[in-house]
Every structure is written in C-alpha cells, then in structure tokens.
Design a protein around this ligand. Sequence first.
Ligand code: ATP
Ligand code: MG
Length: 231
Amino acid sequence: MDKNGVSNAFIEVKDLTKAYHRASLETLVLRGVNCKITEGEFAFVVGPSGSGKSTLLYLLGGLDQPTSGNISIAGEQLTEMSSSELDTLRRTKIGFIFQSFNLLRTMNCIDNVLAPFIPTGQAAAKREEAEALLARVGLGGRMHHRPSELSGGEQQRVAIARAILKKPQVILADEPTGELDTETGRRVFDILRELNQTEGTTIITVTHDERYINQDDKVLRMQDGQFLTNR
Ligand SMILES: Nc1ncnc2c1ncn2[C@@H]1O[C@H](COP(=O)(O)OP(=O)(O)OP(=O)(O)O)[C@@H](O)[C@H]1O
Ligand SMILES: [Mg+2]
C-alpha cells in the first residue's frame, strides 16, 4: 500500500474461483486464490499435478473467464474488459510460454517468433534479433523448420523466443523447461532472469523443478486450488 492506501500491486488476484461443469458434475478447480505481484517480480507457482497451476495462468492471461473473483493487471480489471480489450492486453502486454504452444502451423520458426510484429510492420527490423534469440535457445539450425518438424521441447523454445522478442510487461510461463534437458533449461531461465533484470519484466512461471528458484523470488505454493504460503 502507498500512503494513499492504494495497493501498489502490479497484478492482484482476489478470491478467484474457477469451476468446470461436465454433465451435472461441478469440479471446483480454484477455490479462492489470492495473491499480489509487484512490477518486476520473479514469481514461481509450484504445487502438485492437478492443483490448478495452469488454470490460474490461463485466467491471468485473460484466456479464460473465472467463475468468481477478480484479477487486475496494471490497474485494469480483467473481468470488466471487453474481448477486444482483452485481445489488445494479450497482444501488447503479455508474453505466453504455455504447454500448448500456440505456434502457427504454416509458418517456420523464425516467422513464428516474428509473428507479433507482422501487424505493426516491424518484422523485418526485428529479424536479426529473432535469429540471435533462436540461436540462444539452441535452435540456430532450425530457423526454417515448421512446428510439425520439431520436437515438443523445440516447439516450446520457439514459443520462448517469441515471448522474449516481444519484450512484454509480463511473461506467463507454464513449465517452460518441462521438456528440456538440464543444460537447455538452465539457459532458458538465464534468458528469463536477464529479461527480468534488464527490462524489469514481471515473470510468473510454473515449475516442477525448484532448483531454478532463487532466494529473492516469490514462491506461490498451490494445493487443491489454493495458495498455501506466500513469500
Ligand atoms: N476444461 C476442463 N474441464 C474440466 N476439468 C478441467 C479442465 N481443465 C482442467 N481441469 C481440471 O482442473 C484441475 C487442475 O488442472 P490444471 O491443469 O490447472 O493443473 P496443474 O496444476 O497445471 O497440473 P500439472 O502440474 O499436471 O500441469 C485438474 O484436476 C484438471 O482435471
Ligand atoms: Mg499444468
């Protein structure tokens, strides 16, 4: 809180619930999630399989609607935004590194990385930087392959390069190293750390591998759809 009593959280989640309905069965996946993340924070979401980590990230990215509760990002309430306002938020402020990669099937790696810049006519200017990023994530020899010609881990690295090139305010990453070997995983976290430190990018990432967590990071432990602790 600042002196006027205004919360300085960059991302604030309040009493968030998410239920899925199938036939007459209701499954409550998020049961009242609360958290605050300040700008430039590096936050980890950890917890058992099925505890609701990916569901939360989808809601944070405005890709799905909560059943109840609120999410605000940079002072804007996601639940009050129209679908075109949400589109703009996702396009301009958020970088997604998700388990389902959302790569464009008809485009090769380099064009996938450049895709966010095509509508604004900046793709050509960004090409060299995109190539360097692909090389950094170990895909220097795969620039002209399409997603169908890549392994799962390689596709995920294309998504990582795309999210990083965009330099968004927030990166939401769902197990970005889940399919990578230790060495490549380490390199991916090094890039995310660098972005966090040099650009002040807020990072929220799910991981099963707690070796990537540093002392100053925020750790949100999820169990059965709620956070246990908050440091
Ligand atoms: N579309 C859906 N319909 C019904 N249930 C769903 C749906 N999506 C997710 N769930 C359920 O919600 C729960 C939480 O799923 P979620 O994917 O958020 O878990 P997670 O913590 O990311 O797990 P993991 O570590 O395995 O990725 C699971 O029990 C899952 O079966
Ligand atoms: Mg998940």
